[in-house]
Design a protein around this ligand. Structure first.
Ligand SMILES: CSC[C@H]1O[C@@H](n2cnc3c(O)ncnc32)[C@H](O)[C@@H]1O
Ligand SMILES: [Zn+2]
Length: 433
């Protein structure tokens, strides 16, 4: 057994208490072995003096390769943003673009303390190649869209989503797992719902889709089907334990109960919901009803970064506004959304510093003016820490970043390559205009 010792700092425990302790990791098992003062054993060492060891953050919903479209189209609502700017440009994406954009995204995540993420996109093999090089943990999938396609193309897209899920199916040792991913309840025709449900249940993998993001998406379902979108999803077998739904902004009490009863999780994406003016998700209500709620950035084109510390703060702020209650989505709750919440939603044994859990950790440098004085470190994690305060990042016991140097990726080369790919992608899209 080889071990990693993270020593000399403070450690955030699952009950949100902060203790002075070392963390010992079994690198072969990729698990936390021991937490305590002066633990024994050390093949590798990380200094945590003046720092706080926290569970790595889990980005529950992302389109990682969309980093190439960061800042390309802002200040529009979802529908116009997708139809006028994003989808025409995505039509020009090549596998190499997706690889370059994913590399940029995983670099940004490692640098801001994210250790695992859930991704939904296309050209999944190119995404997986970049993720595996980075050392991050991820659940990935191919999002199928069937509307505005002929039957053959629609069926092929549905099949691809199921096949990709089978190809990257869960395996004990793998950092990459998968899910079956209909894009949303409006961009996939109802006649295909059972194919997704049967595909996912047959493979024993989750379903992941966008749900109830805008009123423009909810109202047509209510008008045409005479029921709420999550009732429709439930009726077609798309709501089960282990499934996770992005957004859940416009959901009513019946739908909240459906989530709680089925065990399906919601992934809250506050920055994207604010930027696209989609609305405010009832996060505190969902939590009070017993729904598992995780946190995600959505793509970098609607956020516009992948820093989960921003997301935690946004979740706390908008959670209070949505509930009209300053005590709603408090600091501990907001931080839990990004750790235990997202980890549970994605089916990862991560998000907490506990013996036996995945050794997915981030170490925060507390020596910054914005983190002074240290009255309450959980308050700082929710309201004051920024991704740039992350000093070390560890996934599965492997050090991905030491003292802000990313060890698995060549930072300069990744940025240069993504810049080139973004420029030629946009040039191609604009030439077609
Ligand atoms: C077909 S791959 C995934 C697809 O989703 C698009 N997308 C990005 N952000 C959102 C969002 O907030 N709601 C719905 N769809 C979104 C992305 O551009 C890809 O085309
Ligand atoms: Zn999304």
């Amino acid at each position: 057994m080889t071990t990693l010792r993270i020593a000399g700092g403070k450690v955030l425990r699952p009950d949100m208490s902060v203790i002075e302790a070392d963390v010992l990791v079994d690198q072969e098992a990729g698990e936390i072995l021991e937490i305590g003062p002066d633990v024994d054993g050390e093949d590798e060492y990380l200094d945590a003096d003046g720092s706080l060891v926290i569970p790595g953050l889990v980005n529950g919903h992302c389109h990682v390769a969309m980093t190439l479209l960061r800042g390309y189209a802002d200040d529009k609502p979802l529908d116009r943003w997708l139809q006028e700017d994003i989808w025409p440009t995505e039509a020009e994406l090549t596998p190499d673009d997706v690889y370059a954009g994913t590399k940029l995204g995983v670099l940004e995540m490692i640098k801001s303390g994210t250790t695992a993420f859930g991704d939904m996109y296309f050209m999944v093999p190119n995404i997986v190649e970049a993720v595996e090089e980075s050392g991050l943990r991820a659940r990935v999938g191919h999002a199928a869209v069937t509307v505005a396609k002929d039957d053959e193309a629609a069926e092929e897209d549905v099949q691809t989503s199921v096949e990709i899920a089978g190809q990257y199916d869960d395996s004990e040792d793998e950092l990459v797992s998968s899910a079956v991913m209909p894009h949303s309840l409006t961009t996939v025709a109802t006649e295909y719902f059972s194919d997704f449900a049967e595909g996912a249940r047959g493979l024993d993998v989750p379903l992941h889709y966008h749900a109830n993001e805008t009123t423009g998406e909810v109202d047509p379902i209510v008008d045409e089907e005479g029921m709420r979108p999550l009732e429709l999803a439930d009726e077609h077998g798309l709501l089960g334990s282990g499934d996770y739904l992005a957004h859940c902004v416009h959901i009513d009490e019946t739908e909240i109960d459906l989530l709680a009863d089925s065990g399906a999780a919601a992934i809250h994406c506050p920055a994207s919901n604010m930027k696209l003016a989609s609305g405010m998700a009832p996060v505190q209500e969902m939590l009070d009803a017993g729904v598992t709620v995780g946190l995600g950035t959505d793509g970098a084109a609607s956020n516009n970064d992948l820093d989960m510390f921003d997301e935690i703060r946004d979740a706390a702020m908008i959670g209070k506004l949505a509930a009209d209650d300053a005590s709603a989505v408090d600091a501990e709750t907001a931080f839990s959304l990004a750790t235990t919440g997202s980890a549970e939603a994605l089916g990862f044994d991560s998000g907490r510093i506990e013996e036996g859990a995945n050794a997915d950790l981030a170490v925060i440098d507390l020596d910054a003016p914005r983190l002074t004085p240290p009255h309450d470190l959980v308050s700082h994690l929710a309201y004051a820490v920024s991704g740039s305060d992350v000093r070390h990042t560890v996934v599965d016991g492997e050090i991905l970043m030491r003292d802000r140097e990313v060890l698995t990726l060549d930072e300069e080369a990744v940025i240069a390559n993504a810049t080139d790919h973004a420029a030629s992608l946009v040039a191609r899209a604009e030439a077609d205009d």
